[in-house]
Design a protein around this ligand. Sequence first.
Ligand SMILES: Nc1ncnc2c1ncn2[C@@H]1O[C@H](COP(=O)(O)OP(=O)(O)OP(=O)(O)O)[C@@H](O)[C@H]1O
Ligand SMILES: [Mg+2]
Length: 315
Amino acid sequence: MVSAISIEHLTKYYRNFKALNDVSLEVAEGEFFGFLGPNGAGKTTTISVITGLANYQKGSVHVFGCDVGADYRTTRALIGLVPQEFNFDPFLSAEQILSFEGGYFGIPWREAKQRAQELLKLFDLAEKRHEGYKRLSGGMKRRLLIARALMHRPKILILDEPTAGVDLELRHQLWDFLRRLNREGTTVVLTTHYIEEAEKLCSRIGVIHKGSIVALDSTETLIRKMSGDQVELFLKARLDFLPVSLKSFQIFLEEEGRKLRFEEKNDAVPKILKALHQEGIEIEKIDIRRPTLEDAFLKLVGKKDKAFVLEEGKE
Ligand SMILES: Nc1ncnc2c1ncn2[C@@H]1O[C@H](COP(=O)(O)OP(=O)(O)OP(=O)(O)O)[C@@H](O)[C@H]1O
Ligand SMILES: [Mg+2]
């Protein structure tokens, strides 16, 4: 079966800067794929290449078997893009933004107008249809971006941080909407800095870091592979720094010195409890929780704060 998106050995430079380094990944038709990575990792750049907005130097990129460069019109029409930044024409109303978008994709005017009405209603923007986008709230603009991406009924929807600055209720509505769209057959690619959101929605995750793919797996496998159960010790008194005797453990001092966190492995629990007892550090409460995607993500790309993290074997 042909993949919805197929990227093979993609390398991209911005002048001398290598933004993508030998990136390979496939997204199957019908998948809900999460594309994660810290700021500047290369997510938007990858999306720009897939949607034909950026060139590249090495590798190949196909959408449903068509080359994104040679068959640009075909591949672009298969994709709905929700960009990270608002890029609306400031002189158009919400309704015009949608119907003109239909025009770009060759939808007859009447049909485009009707589709625009449907989407304005679906995204609760009907009341604002005559407003210019500058007169919409942040959440409304996000909804309009998604509505615009859906005008031409794309087979793939790529969302670049669609929930940035979106309130909790709207975020839940968007999640439900995206799940439904995916169930109905649309392939979804989502980038987000809310790792929990990716864990909830995506069946498979790719993590990019400094232009290279560092993980590509089903969400569950990724979590299981990367991290064991997390032990959290809530302390009776605040700790300013970790005592020397705890140096040999990989242990994190969190919540302004009120919590110690570490992974349950190699008998860490009794060893650490003993060390804490010897230091006279008292514990108020112990929690053990299953690892989350965020634990896995931080392990893959986390910047280790030297003030708080003492790695095994290091002074
Ligand atoms: N047009 C450009 N010209 C030069 N460098 C660029 C350009 N766009 C992006 N970059 C650089 O490429 C790298 C990857 O940027 P990109 O926007 O793809 O990151 P991202 O993963 O989307 O990050 P964020 O989560 O902050 O949106 C960064 O170092 C960035 O500065
Ligand atoms: Mg980005």
